[in-house]
Design a protein around this ligand. Structure first.
Ligand code: SF4
Length: 371
């Protein structure tokens, strides 16, 4: 099987990044913050993906996006040859609003992909306070230091912004992540308070993301509070590599994640629990596919994304994985998901459903046959 044009273009752009002839095109790009950053949302053949535009690699990318035309369509060229078209989701209307106490809504939650409202409830993390513990890819403190967000989004603020984002911009689901506040509930309690307030204000499917809490009862509490889907993110899967790249977070071993997944799936449902795996940090293709097979067997959706370095982090010069590595990973993974009956489209909320940080959902569809 050879990849489709869409699969190829997405993996190429996510690996190399894109140089923008008009940096102001579309919605403002994300810089700093938790998880993937320094990207811009682009829609390619109906699929919205996040493409690096502010990384060192993107500045040297062979791909250039032209200034969008009157219809908002931009041509992608490689070495002068047209290879595809993209369009840019527009700036959401809720970004123009602010709370009564003067906090811009965009500092409370942002638009991800095309229709996802995303927030980092606690912009601080016990893992981020010391160089010896911090995850080496993470920039959770950068947007806070730059004044682009606030340290703790209250349940009331989140409810207000979620309601506006649904009414004004038609967002379809919400991602709530958080820095880890302690080594007990590990963020589950603040997710419960926040989800409860949002659900009281607006009918919006919510994914909560946290480390595995110390007590599995939290899964029932999160579900009861209105969290529809849960993400517990391994990031890296090989134990030695976990300790090297995220020394603090690796204190929760892979075995605890697997136990937590086994306890969470019966609460949230098969396919409604997911994990996030960053390909390109040293895990082999075999290691990633092996744990994905275990995860799919448990009913967990493994959302595998290409690592993209964020400026200002210890891994800012670490290369992105090649498009070929991603295709060799996502092709078999797409087939494993299909065989396991897990589909991104069936997830109620969250990163797996959004899919913008990876080409994975494009690989769930059948690839083109060899001619
Ligand atoms: S996949 Fe997750 S982190 Fe990436 S854009 Fe979508 S919601 Fe945001």
């Amino acid at each position: 099987m050879k990849p489709t044009t869409q699969q190829s273009l997405i993996t190429e752009l996510q690996s190399f990044g894109v140089r923008l002839a008009d940096p102001g095109a579309g919605a403002p790009s994300r810089r700093g913050g938790a998880g993937p950053s320094d990207h811009k949302a682009m829609t390619i053949e109906g699929r919205t993906v996040m493409v690096p535009v502010h990384t060192a690699g993107a500045f040297a990318s062979p791909y250039v996006a032209s200034v969008p035309d009157a219809a908002g369509v931009s041509t992608i060229r490689r070495d002068g040859t047209v290879v595809g078209e993209v369009s840019f989701p527009l700036q959401p209307r809720f970004y123009a609003m602010q709370t009564l106490d003067g906090v811009p809504y965009s500092q409370i939650a942002t638009l991800h992909g095309r229709d996802v409202l995303a927030t980092t409830i606690l912009q601080t993390c016990i893992r981020y306070q010391s160089r010896t513990k911090t995850c080496r890819f993470c920039a959770i403190g950068q947007s806070l230091a730059a004044g682009r967000t606030i340290a703790h989004k209250t349940p009331e603020q989140l409810a207000e912004v979620a309601r506006a984002a649904v009414l004004l911009d038609g967002v379809k689901h919400m991602v709530m992540t958080t820095g880890t506040p302690n080594v007990t509930d590990r963020g589950a309690a603040v997710l419960c308070d926040s989800a409860f307030a949002v659900k009281a204000a607006v009918d919006l499917p919510i994914q909560g993301q946290c480390e595995p809490p110390d007590d599995d009862q939290w899964f029932h509490r999160m579900k009861a509070a209105g969290i529809d889907a849960l993400g517990m993110h391994l990031e890296v899967v090989t134990p030695d590599l976990r300790r090297a790249i995220m020394p603090g977070k690796a204190s929760v071993p892979v075995s605890r994640y697997l136990d937590a997944f086994s306890a969470a799936v019966p609460v949230f449902g098969r396919g409604q629990v997911s994990t996030y795996i960053l390909a390109g940090l040293g895990d082999t293709r075999e290691a990633i596919l092996s744990i994905c097979e275990t995860l799919i067997g448990l009913g967990v959706y493994p959302f595998v994304v290409p690592f993209v370095p964020i400026s200002g982090t210890p891994l800012e010069d670490h290369p992105t994985p090649s498009p070929a590595f991603m295709r060799e990973l996502l092709g078999p993974l797409g087939a494993m998901l299909k065989a396991g009956g897990l589909r991104s489209a069936d997830i109620k909320a969250g990163c797996g459903k959004c899919g913008a940080c990876s080409a994975l959902s494009a690989f769930e569809a059948p690839a083109e046959s060899e001619n």
